[in-house]
Design a protein around this ligand. Sequence first.
Ligand SMILES: [Fe+2]
Ligand SMILES: [Fe+2]
Length: 240
Amino acid sequence: MATKPMRVAAIGDLHVQESDVAPYRELFTEISQHADVLALCGDLTNFGKTTEAEILAEDIKSCSIPVIGVLGNHDYECGQPEKVAGILTAAGMKVLDEQAIEIDGVGFAGVKGFMGGYGRGELAPFGEPIAKLFVDEALNEARKLENQLRTLRTERSVAVLHYSPIEGTIEGEPEAIFQYLGSQRLCDPIDRFDHVKAVVHGHAHHGTYEGRTPLGKPVYNVAQFVVRPKFGRPYALIEI
Ligand SMILES: [Fe+2]
Ligand SMILES: [Fe+2]
């Protein structure tokens, strides 16, 4: 029996602000009619304020499909990411960080990720303790992703990130900031597990929609500012 593809709607960089009034209610209702799962790829709030999270939480309640996702760096700005995650969780969103989830036979593993660069531009864990700590953060995020992917027993899975695991989807941004847009270390676990069929991320508002990992897996930058000019709507629709 052929497996029916799952339609995953993905959007990153919602940047909900305190002054917004039901900013995503209509969109989430529309998405619920076209997709089986909604993946939110971080920067859900603009400053990580609980008031911002509460506004988004109300809109999440209008979604009739499962909502999963990760936080972004903006959701950390006020130093209370666990409160932001708690509010979104109470509204029914599954915030991924430590544990993967399975929905209708498709696995979802997710972490925020971190920066650090790619290839020749990658920061090495060398010298000052703070430089090592910085690199450790990216390694920890990659490790959490790997541990989640290892627990999945599904034939298909999606990796959900905020930062980019490859350079291909951040092209279009100034090269001088590439190392702040993601880390190649996030890519290792993705290419290690056959069941990972696609990766979605955000963060690079001026990046490129589609790229590939070294093993050829598709990576989509679903920052709404990248997706909207391409499709005329702020979310990507990906079949898994
Ligand atoms: Fe953003
Ligand atoms: Fe970001």
